[in-house]
Design a protein around this ligand. Structure first.
Ligand SMILES: *Cc1c(COP(=O)(O)O)cnc(C)c1O
Length: 377
């Protein structure tokens, strides 16, 4: 039995997406490649809610994040980074590796960053050029208020870099209306496709920063200016600087066509309904959620283990007995938290039924005591 991925990416994809992936090898250039480039660009702009440019970078989400920071900023530039989880820390690590100077925004921990935190960080670091923030912090299943933060960033003249790797397609996100300058997504999480490209939206302000003449941290490949040049100069036959995963891109196009057919709001509501049900029914079994409902992600749920519960055993049992792969806790939460993804096939009502039934069985079979844990809320 093949397992169903109930993790925050990669995800188990629909059969039509799998079929699109499995076809004969396609070229990424020539008439078919150019047609694919145009269609996929349009589909991605629609889901990112932008009329601006979207670069389809070949690489994982991290490649898009590194390209965004490195293309727009120069070594020595100051950047404000929200660090309230594993991926916020990762953003800071990428920025530091690029020679940028990182200043934290907010108190960290498992608290979402607030507009007031950003104002305070800005006042303390008036030379900062950019804000970098994770939309959905997947390590905790926490959502940062990107809209509010970008509004302040715009007032303050800060360029905004948003890690929407785990939110694009799954959580409402408005690149143009919220004035996100560089927004990075990925195919293999909420969009329900295999690993393919990391779309990066680039606003006019972002292009202006890229073109401001200062030597940037970027090299050649993870450089948005390179990708733009090939799209401009070779757009009618080979709109990319490198060979692309055209089959995986066809699968992404198929997934996006499906979202367009069903409606983006409907796609998001499906994931959110799975999350709400999992939170409600796990609470009835005595579990506590790591993050309170008001900041909780509708696409990944971090759950505190019951006292005495062996998380590794539970995860293995779910996989072996039920074919469901869940996520563990990251870092210091390794032994006391598990994560349930609601992306892709994990949002199917039948899969949610099976997961909840199995967990109820596990709790009674292993007689896990019900009591408060120190991490919960
Ligand atoms: C998964 C994830 C990443 C990393 O994505 P890769 O595709 O593995 O590079 C970055 N940020 C967030 C918030 C994520 O969930």
């Amino acid at each position: 039995m093949s397992e169903v991925l109930c993790i925050p990416g990669p995800v188990t994809v629909d059969a039509d997406v799998e079929r699109a992936f499995a076809g004969p090898i396609r070229p990424h250039y020539g008439d078919a490649g150019v047609a694919q480039h145009r269609e996929l660009g349009g589909l991605l702009r629609a889901v990112m809610r932008t009329e601006g440019d979207v670069v389809m970078l070949f690489g994982p989400g991290t490649a898009g994040l590194e390209a965004a920071l490195a293309s727009a900023l120069a070594p020595g530039d100051e950047v404000l980074v929200v660090r309230n989880g594993f991926f916020g820390d990762r953003l800071a690590e990428i920025a530091t590796a690029l020679g940028l100077r990182v200043h934290p925004v907010g108190a960290g921990g498992r608290q979402p960053a607030r507009a007031a935190d950003l104002r305070a960080a800005r006042a303390a670091h008036p030379g900062a050029r950019a804000l970098a923030v994770v939309h959905h912090e997947t390590s905790y299943g926490l959502v940062n208020p990107v809209r509010d933060l970008c509004e302040v960033a715009r007032e303050e003249g800060l360029l905004t870099v948003v890690d929407a790797v785990a939110s694009l397609g799954g959580i409402p996100l408005e690149v143009d209306r919220w004035s996100v300058d560089l927004c990075v997504g990925v195919a293999n999480k909420c969009l329900g496709a295999p690993v393919a490209v990391a779309p990066v939206s680039v606003s006019r302000r972002a292009w202006a920063a890229i073109d401001d003449g200062r030597p940037k941290a970027a090299g050649w490949y993870l450089n948005l200016a390179t990708w733009r040049r090939y799209e401009r100069d070779w757009g009618d036959w080979h709109p990319y600087p490198v060979t692309m995963p055209a089959n995986a891109m066809e699968a992404l196009a198929e997934a996006l066509r499906g979202i367009q057919r069903r409606g983006l709001a409907c796609h998001q509501a499906r994931l959110a309904a799975a999350a709400a049900r999992v939170r409600r029914e796990l609470r009835a079994l005595g579990f506590q959620m790591l993050v309170p409902d008001e900041h909780a992600s509708p696409v990944t749920t971090a759950v505190c283990a019951l006292p005495g519960m062996d998380v590794a055993h539970y995860l293995r049992w779910m996989r072996v007995e039920h074919g469901l792969r869940l996520g563990g806790g990251l870092g210091e939460l390794h032994d006391c938290v598990f994560r349930v993804g609601h992306m892709g096939a994990a949002a199917r009502p039948g899969v949610v039924d099976e997961y909840l039934r199995a967990t109820a069985d596990y709790v009674s079979a292993f007689a896990v005591p019900r009591a408060l844990t120190k991490h919960g809320s």
